[in-house]
Design a protein around this ligand. Sequence first.
Ligand code: PEP
Ligand code: MN
Length: 341
Amino acid sequence: MIIILKSGCSAEQAKEFAASLQKKYGVQVNIWFGTQSTVLGLIGDTSSIDIDSIAAQDCVESVKRVQEPYKKANRKFHPDDTVITLPSGQKIGDGSIALIAGPCSVESSEQICEVAERVKKAGAQFLRGGAFKPRTSPYSFQGLRAEGLDLLAEAKKKTGLPIVTEIMSEKYIDLFLEKGVDVIQVGARNMQNFELLKQLGRINKPILLKRGLSNTIEELLMSAEYIMSGGNEQVILCERGIRTFETYTRNTLDISAVPVLKRLSHLPVIVDPSHASGISWLVEPLALAAVAAGADGLIIEVHNDPKHALSDGAQSLTPDQFDHTAARVKAAAKALGRAVE
Ligand code: PEP
Ligand code: MN
């Protein structure tokens, strides 16, 4: 249930009213102080609450029951966009296009440092790179694991780029925090690893949550809700292509998920055109489509030698190709009144 308060209602009155609702009905009440209005979001069993008696209170403008099962991720509870700001200053969701780029897997110091320098020069504000890799085959390269995190930290030290890397189990959360990972990625295959999501809800670190291969938009939002309900509200949603009957592309980029997610949720939404297509020449047009659809950012795979990449070479851009794509993304963003910082 959401309660929109009258504009004349002070912060003090709003807090008092929230506390009285909490006490009387045993529900959790979140207060959101927005630019236009103050909204109280009630979470829990609100079935016994009489809507008319709430509506009759002096400070209440309107009351609505919220049908959707996700609450904290719901835009109705938080009408303004959420902006995620890293301690180092980079932002996601502030209206500009966040560019995250780097190899699928971290392979060596030379590789990650070279790619980091190049993507930074092209305008990326974040470095990606997988250390713990979820591979379909147990015989494929599994990532350099803890050593990969060290190499990412080395590239971060050299370039100043914050690092984005995937976690596959809650048992590595402390390691990720120790090694200075800036944004923790939950990959498509772990979108519904609820134990992992719950534990990530307890830390204070941005989480990049990818949509599962066969998951609905509502399921993605419910996974975000798992993290947020634990207290970590810094969630970035990522559309990375879903399974369809089409086999030409690795997945099918569900471009409509971008405006739908932006409408249903206040969380930032980014797009991964690399995993969505599986084909390097498709990355740029899909990136441009994502910007046009209103994405807050892009995560793109870039490798210094795609032909010899240990994973996802076919979809990886060379640094030169990334220069071209980043320039086109910036031009598209500019044409739409957006910026790439
Ligand atoms: C990745 O980012 O390298 C990755 C494995 O992504 P996804 O979970 O979207 O497949
Ligand atoms: Mn990959």
